[in-house]
Design a binder for this molecule. Sequence first.
Ligand code: ADP
Ligand code: MG
Length: 278
Amino acid sequence: MTTMPSPTRTTLLSLRGVSKTFGAVNALTDIDLDVDAGEVVAIVGDNGAGKSTLVKVLAGVHQADSGSITFDGSDVQIADPSAAIHLGIATVFQDLSLCENLNVVENLFLGQELSPLRLDEVAMEVRSWELLRQLSAKIPTVRIPIASLSGGQRQTVAIARSLLGDPRVIILDEPTAALGVAQTAEVLDLIERLRERGLGVIMISHNMEDVRAVADRVVVLRLGRNNGEFDAHTVSSSEVVAAITGATDNVVTRRRDRLQNLEEQSGMASSHDGKETT
Ligand SMILES: Nc1ncnc2c1ncn2[C@@H]1O[C@H](COP(=O)(O)OP(=O)(O)O)[C@@H](O)[C@H]1O
Ligand SMILES: [Mg+2]
């Protein structure tokens, strides 16, 4: 007897009721978020929606005031950035934190030269090529300074560096924000490589085209709260934009609005019939 293969979802990261205030500002209120292995989750929202705060909570830069975070099935505290990395949550911040004057290999291993797994120059170069090849990265040589790389190549180096610690979840903050069309395509390809490798990918983005091109799920934040979650393959840009701006909450309110419109229209029609206007 054969059994049908069931679609398996391995939830890597799970947030429930996560809140964070800065003084009187509620940056995050009651946030829920799930990220599966081999899934790209886009987090979208207007300025001030809480995206960066959420990233920083997951990166261990900020601590949540309340709520729970589960990683790989266990409740965890992410007390500081090294705790996040130790768990297997890597973050590529928007500024990329690369050293312009250092070359690709030096940037990849910056701060890790003195680790117990210290590698020599040759080993570091070999490992660099390995990583970049896995990402199908288009970098001509690993011995040129970051300053002479394109924006897409820099993003690639920053992502490659975050993979050195063998993370399970990788967070990319606005990975395509500063890039032209061709470089954006390169980075979107790279995100697909990460998904193929089974990582859970969280991508913060303002660009709806990029989101729909590469994400599996779209999570909308608005004023620090969850404001909708969509299948990225089927949702329209206008639906996402409506959730971002708060023009509508969800399919239920949309349906209600549609019915109300119909009622109003038929009401108008009948009042025209009776030629009664008030
Ligand atoms: N370190 C901080 N101190 C005080 N307020 C902050 C701090 N970081 C963020 N905020 C506030 O929290 C809210 C969410 O900001 P943020 O997470 O940066 O949003 P986004 O990244 O979506 O634009 C905003 O009102 C912002 O002003
Ligand atoms: Mg931000």
